[in-house]
Design a protein around this ligand. Sequence first.
Ligand code: PMP
Length: 408
Amino acid sequence: MPFSCLADELKQRDADGLLRRRRVLQSPQGARVRVDGEDVLSFCSNDYLGLANHPALVEAACAGAQRFGVGAGASHLVTGHTAVHHELEQKLAEFTGLPEALLFSTGYMANLGVVTALLGRCDALFADKLNHASLNDAALLSRATMTRYPHADLAVLERQLAASTARRKLVVSDAVFSMDGDIAPVPELLALCEKYDAWLLLDDAHGFGVLGKTGRGVLEHFSSRLTPHPSYTTFHATSRVESRNPPQVGRIIYMATLGKVAGVFGAFVAGAPELVAWLVQAARSYVYTTATPPLLAAALLASLRVIEAEAWRRERLAELVGVLRQGLQLQRWQLMPSETPIQPLLIGSSQDAVRVSESLRQRGILVPAIRPPTVPQGTARLRITLSAAHSVVDVQQLVDALRQLENE
Ligand code: PMP
């Protein structure tokens, strides 16, 4: 049999509790979803503000389809770049307070595109050990020397930067760590980048729309400790600089995805005009791919309006995080330290994590078990994600179920 070696590997994965399985969803995202024919309370999407099925976004998508059809038909550089893509890029730059923004089809492609466009064999990339897989893949593809530092360990990173003689240096970090929920020490990372003349790529896939008072992401979250580049006229944090010499955001390459908080699909990179101009030339995952359907850009413009107008969604989310953390003080399993909507419950072994996830499912609650290699060995967890679509009663139901399971 030509593929029998794969069948053996699959069997082994299953025996180790590591086999990944897909579920079939028969409803839109929301607090409650229909999965494999069953209605369940869901704590697994990244739709943190509950926008994936928002009527204003659905309406904008339909209007976008009426105007532009359903397919872009070509790459951005050929004839796929429509007026609505263009408007969205301008709005994203305005929204983040950075000079220019460039749309990519997915966050995975954005990370591949940026890193391979900026780095080659003579360069060095420094990566947090818990970064998203797409950043690691990007590093490998670029052929730059990749050095990983222990999670958020600034002292080790500084030693690595100091020792490097590479032509270009790029520090890359998730802004909110996707499987842990904690926030990267951005001002400190940026200060190190200033000291050692490196660029800083921040992947704000899980912070954009959620972090900061008005949802502008990790840069707004830390705005009192950052200062704009002198040529940036729009950066919103100008007036609130507290520390004496705060690092400048001018060396930041900001990436965020649009399929999570924004509720639709896609990603963008924002930063200096020269950076964006270079990416248009050299980011292969931008140049050699079809532009996203324009109707999605139309939905994303509506999404930005909702993110700005409906501050209650971020307030609800903060309240729900409080309810969960207050209620879920268990003996056996612990919530990891996190102030974001990603609230992982550390279980330990993969088999146990799968068992708890299955038991919740029998109680009508969906929470995924995250296992190695996505997370380090021995740290399998339930990745609980909260959404503004949830109510306090929903969260309480999860808390009660986990309390019962702890004693079984
Ligand atoms: N970066 C991070 C931190 C992510 O969590 C993800 C999605 N899991 C991505 C990048 C990739 O984004 P996309 O799903 O748009 O490809």
